[in-house]
Design a protein around this ligand. Structure first.
Ligand SMILES: [Zn+2]
Length: 269
């Protein structure tokens, strides 16, 4: 069974509630994690999907060129990393246009989109129409469960076409533990024991591909520690960072992975 390997390409300070206007204050360290991820992927001949933050595309064109050269897919992760339900349709449309302009410099176009924090839910359903308008092939933003921040409990978990928008939807893979909906990646990959996590993916693979995600800063355990963050943000952000790289090497050895657009192509054919 082919699973999707996805990376949300952002630096360590982009997804912890720091406003874009303050990002210039923090040390850029994205290269550290990117190099480690690319090494692991190339060693195992895995092509992945990188959902790139517009700001990262602007500041690190060298990374984008390298990803393209290596045959990875470039998807969109907005420009400012704001939850979509905290944007309106007009702001969102503007962010997408800005990212598309930036991507044009590399001579390619987007197929896929992932919202920051998987924030397409009932409050931001309109975002799918904006994606359709801009010609996206698929969205990978729905959290079929309750993440406490976002999510649509009871939403279907397979890759499917949303007829209303003629857009493929690739929900992030989630699984229930007690009353909580865990996702296949991010902090959950570091918090749960590896064998337990891998066992969950094996179960998923009986029916469908798993959609896995990781961030480059999760392989950079030495990035600055911000004690000022709330415990809710701080604890999952810094937990077990020293284990990510080894676990990543293990998971690409134990499972088959490809980029997301290849999973969609398989669906279409
Ligand atoms: Zn993100």
């Amino acid at each position: 069974m082919l699973n999707a390997f996805t990376v949300d390409l952002e630096d360590w300070y982009h997804g912890i509630g720091i406003p874009e206007s303050d990002w210039h204050l923090y040390e850029r360290r994205i290269r550290i994690g990117v190099d480690k991820i690319l090494n692991i992927l190339s060693k195992h001949k895995v092509k992945a999907t990188f959902f790139v933050l517009g700001k990262v595309m602007e500041e690190h064109p060298d990374i984008i060129r390298e990803l393209i050269r290596e045959g990875h897919e470039i998807g969109c992760h907005t420009y400012s990393h704001t939850e979509l339900f905290n944007l309106n349709r007009e702001n969102f449309d503007h962010e997408i246009s800005k990212c598309m302009e930036l991507l044009k410099n590399f001579g390619i176009m987007y197929s896929g989109f992932r919202a920051p924090y998987f924030s397409i839910d009932k409050r931001s359903w309109w975002a799918l129409e904006v994606l359709q308008k801009h010609g996206f092939l698929y969205d990978a933003s729905i959290y079929p469960g309750d993440s406490k921040r976002t999510g649509i409990p009871g939403y279907r978990k397979d890759i499917h076409l949303i007829e209303e928008f003629k857009l493929w939807e690739v929900p992030i893979t989630t699984f229930k533990i007690l009353n909580f909906d865990f996702a296949l990646g991010g902090a959950f990959f570091r918090i749960l024991p590896y064998h337990y996590f891998a066992g969950k993916l094996k179960q998923v693979n009986k029916n469908r591909p798993g959609i896995f995600y990781v961030h480059p800063w999760e392989l950079d355990e030495k990035h600055p520690y911000l004690s000022s963050l709330s415990a809710r943000r701080r604890i999952p952000h810094y937990f077990n960072l020293g284990k990510t790289e080894k676990r990543l090497q293990q998971i690409v050895q134990d499972f088959e992975f490809c980029k997301l657009e290849d999973l969609i192509k398989n669906k279409q054919s």
